[in-house]
Ligand binder design. Structure first.
Ligand SMILES: Nc1ncnc2c1ncn2[C@@H]1O[C@H](COP(=O)(O)OP(=O)(O)O)[C@@H](O)[C@H]1O
Ligand SMILES: [Mg+2]
Length: 193
């Protein structure tokens, strides 16, 4: 993840999916990346189980810092995104156009400063937001845009398949034993003192 930040600062796009079971430390890692990301525009989307039925809710959250740029989008993309985000009336937008619109929006924003999109609890994103963010992740080329998704196993196992992934696992028995021994030893000393 440090390399990902270095890469995007150097002007290249980067994508990483952090996978692991609940409580393994995915959100902590995303917070870590955000804390390291000085001189980078950081935006978050957080999946919320109760909002899964609200189309485009999480995409809207991710795009919030860049919404000024919507006016400058090519017209078909602009119209699609406006309808998706409820600032214009129209038939349900073409998802491809929405995807292109977000790609353009992020790419243009990254001309000022690299962009980092952090998506936590991707297993709880509404479906079109996940599809769109995944589309963008697969289309990134040489623009300074990085995306990090955290997704819970096993719920989100099939989501974001094929993207570069970091699988978080618990400590093996030996390391866990060492840690436990160290901790039990750290506490005894305190008692003696
Ligand atoms: N490396 C770490 N150092 C300290 N605490 C951690 C670390 N990783 C996880 N934790 C703690 O474990 C708990 C679960 O971590 P979290 O990142 O919320 O897991 P997840 O997002 O994978 O469900 C949190 O309370 C967090 O503070
Ligand atoms: Mg979490």
């Amino acid at each position: 993840l440090d390399n990902l930040l270095a890469g995007v600062r150097a002007g290249g796009s980067r994508v990483m999916v952090v996978r692991g079971e609940a409580g393994i430390g995915k959100s902590v890692l995303l917070e870590y990346v955000a804390a390291q990301a000085s001189r980078v525009q950081v935006t978050w989307a957080r999946g919320v189980e109760a909002d899964m039925e609200l189309p485009y809710a999480s995409l809207h959250q991710a795009c919030a810092p860049f919404l000024d740029g919507v006016e400058e989008l090519p017209q078909p993309q602009r119209d699609a995104l406006r309808v998706a985000f409820g600032t214009a009336v129209g038939d349900p937008p073409d998802r491809f156009l929405v995807g292109l619109a977000v790609l353009t929006l992020l790419t243009r924003a990254s001309e000022t400063q690299p962009v980092l999109v952090l998506v936590d609890d991707a297993q709880w994103l509404d479906q079109v937001s996940l599809q769109t963010l995944e589309f963008v992740a697969r289309r990134l080329l040489a623009e300074p845009v990085a995306m990090v998704f955290a997704v819970r196993d096993p719920e989100g196992q099939s989501a974001l398949a094929g993207l570069p992934a970091l699988q978080l696992k618990g400590l093996d028995a030996a390391s866990a034993g060492e840690l436990l021994e160290g901790a039990v030893g750290g506490r005894l000393e305190e008692r003696v003192r």
